[in-house]
Design a protein around this ligand. Sequence first.
Ligand code: ZN
Length: 432
Amino acid sequence: MRPKTKLQEQVLGFSGILPPITLKQLEWGHKHCFDHKGYRTKKGITCLDCGHKFEDIKPSLLATIDGCVCQNCGTKLVVTDTRKLKDRQGAYYGIITSFKGFQVFRIFILQAAYKAGTPVCRKDDEIIQHWISPDGKHEVIAKLRNINWYAENWGGSMEIRDRNSDSYDINPYKIYPGRRVIPEVKRNGFTGNFYNISPQKFFKAVLSNNQAETLLKAFEISLFKECVRDPKRIDKYWASIKICIRNNYPVKDASIYFDYLGFLEYFEKDLRNAKYVCPANLMKEHDRLSNKKFKIERKKREEEKLKKALENEKKFNELKGRFFGIVFSDEVVSVKVLESIREYIQEGKLMHHCVGHSEYYLKPDTLVMTAIADSKHVATIEFSLKTFKIIQCRGVANQKPKFHDRIIDLVNRNAGLIRNRMKSGKNSNKAA
Ligand SMILES: [Zn+2]
């Protein structure tokens, strides 16, 4: 991209005169980014770094400590038994520096190709520069990153790229320990620890966001990380967070804490009151309110369902009204047709099955009845209005009910009653 703003022109100009990576920085990167391997065969060990081959003097010891020092280049090697001759490694490597008042984070890609018997072949390439001004404005100068599912490569020249693209938001494997930091970064709380945040995001946050700076200085690290990730969420609850800071209340887990504040909001508690905002046992309070909310919401859902079900009452009456009043019994069991949606829901609750909430009441071709013995509901019967046979007869929790055979027999003997009502189309609430 061509530079479009003054800032972009400025950093592009500075980038052109930025000193190259030093040999010392490069050596450190190659030493710390890669595994240094020794390949062992029966003939001895080959150092993949310098290509030197030497005799395995303490084979049994080596096998246990799994490491040795190359007698030629002095590199500590991790030894493996292998007949392989080649190896390849690559890593992102970062250097933190400052230039003309800007905080700069440079990212290199280091590569190493190894072939037993010859010295390592190394390559280094600068791929990204993050330029961050003292007031937190950010520009990216980088090569073009091409990623597909089997490989990635960096091409083109170092030019202004989209600073919001994830492609350039890389957190390198290692960062060179010698760092140059602009005074504003130190002033805003940086003490050398990035807390696993990529340096570019870290610098940008502490230079541009007062809340991030405050959280970092107050050692509210979990909240600080959240502030880098989602500043809007921190801003929303800033009044409560300030109370935490004032009370030296450490928020160890921001995500649990924000859940908790959400519950406080739900129960309309005062989010500026330390009594609520700084609970002695966050986890316990979180779980307590979470359960309480869950129960309330469940009840609401049930009421909503009932309301919706009752709206179907008219349709239900049209479908099933003609069967209302049907009751038949023997000396032990009596069977009756369910006559309202409430009765269906009640039946489902009593019998611990799904007849109440699976809209059985709107099934046009079946009729649901309940069997009662000794004043207790013992079975729910679904009866086909097409074949005039029982489809299912279930007891509590879908178990085989007490008096099963007796109930089946009773219903079958009275199937004619239902068939007659079906034919007559009688639609009455009166008992037969
Ligand atoms: Zn060596």
